[in-house]
Ligand binder design. Sequence first.
Ligand SMILES: CC(=O)SCCNC(=O)CCNC(=O)[C@H](O)C(C)(C)COP(=O)(O)OP(=O)(O)OC[C@H]1O[C@@H](n2cnc3c(N)ncnc32)[C@H](O)[C@@H]1OP(=O)(O)O
Length: 407
Amino acid sequence: MSDYVIRVVQPEEHRAAHTVFRVTLHVRPTTDGDWSEREPSYELGRTWGAFRDQEIVGSAQSWSSALAVPGGEVVPMALVSRVGVRADHTRRGVLCGLMGAQLGALTEPLATLRATEGAIYGRFGYGVASRYRQVRIRRARARFRPEVPTGRQIRLVSFDQAQELMPPIYNRVASSARPGWVQRPAHWWTNLRLRMDSYSSPVMVAVHTGQDGDDGYALYTVQRGDFSDPDAKTVLELRDLVTLSTEAWAGLWRYLLSVDLVTEVVAKGRPMDEPLEQLFTDRRALNTERINDETWLRIVDVPSALAARRFGLLGVDTTESLVLEVRDAILPENAGSYRIGAEQTDRVTEAADLVLDVDALGELYLGDVTPTALAQAGRLLVVNPNALSLADRLFAVNSAPWCGTDF
Ligand SMILES: CC(=O)SCCNC(=O)CCNC(=O)[C@H](O)C(C)(C)COP(=O)(O)OP(=O)(O)OC[C@H]1O[C@@H](n2cnc3c(N)ncnc32)[C@H](O)[C@@H]1OP(=O)(O)O
């Protein structure tokens, strides 16, 4: 590792960093035209590079963003992305160097990433904070129950027409968002357009208009089958569904399952508790194909993160609290004990009731997993058995955490 220099990548080196990253994902380097649009997504001073003999061989970047946490606060957060080490330099500690430098320099109390592989990021203190499910719905069997809201007006627009319309709807969700919602930087929308440009089928957006104007949209593409072959499938792929009301949500699902020639609707990253089965007279119209980790959370500043999140949202007595000891080998200033209750959290020197590593705290933070589940797996040490059920109640949330943003 001493052969490598880890430092911030300068603006004139951003394109080389981008090329290294793309090649690690087995994607061709970007073209000149493409690069002029992608360049703004390299925020100044936020890309770390590993250099060997002046040549960049690995990088990791982040974007300034924000995360909705239990209780409704939207907290500054780094979206970590484009992590890669060139194949001829792997397993020599380069990623360790990049992650250490990046974590040490972040100013946000939280960092989030989406991982290509599940075994990479736990060692750096990241834990799975939200999961998603991939569903496939057979249109012929998907008859809506009569109680399901019909929704109001739907209009279909092209992706180009929708570009002005989608970000304000997405941003309005923030105030009512489930934990896990992330602020999408302006360049995220540019990257979405570049991604959509690469599809050969039309990219369409169905917009729902409720009583107070546009309040939801569904972005989708359609993979055509051979219409003359009765066994061939034409699949509508839902890529982004954002809604501000139940009416918009139900109305858009009704629309998606009404599109002619479509045999199946596939939605890749839906929330774990989205009540899709409840929509249909035959719940087997829907098949859950996959459940996967969605986002990984690194708590960079434990005291600030604990203070930002509300505890006991489903009800605990204000006199009830417990002491949680957090261990953090990479950012030792986080290590210590914290008294957690519904009213406030404080750093304390008292004996711990429960002990866990910072990656496990990342898994608890948005409410994706319970303390009891972590204890069962040995990832949370129970010193005081009476504290475990209280911890379950303190960390409990109203709805499953979910991000829904690919980055
Ligand atoms: C947020 C994102 O952008 S996700 C995208 C991540 N990037 C990719 O998947 C692209 C392809 N892969 C790569 O570029 C590289 O293999 C990386 C970035 C995953 C790892 O980089 P490396 O420089 O090889 O990691 P490094 O040598 O620092 O390894 C640190 C430790 O993690 C382990 N490790 C690294 N990668 C992996 C992996 N893919 N699976 C399991 N363990 C891994 C190493 O064995 C090592 O363990 P040790 O300390 O016990 O010996």
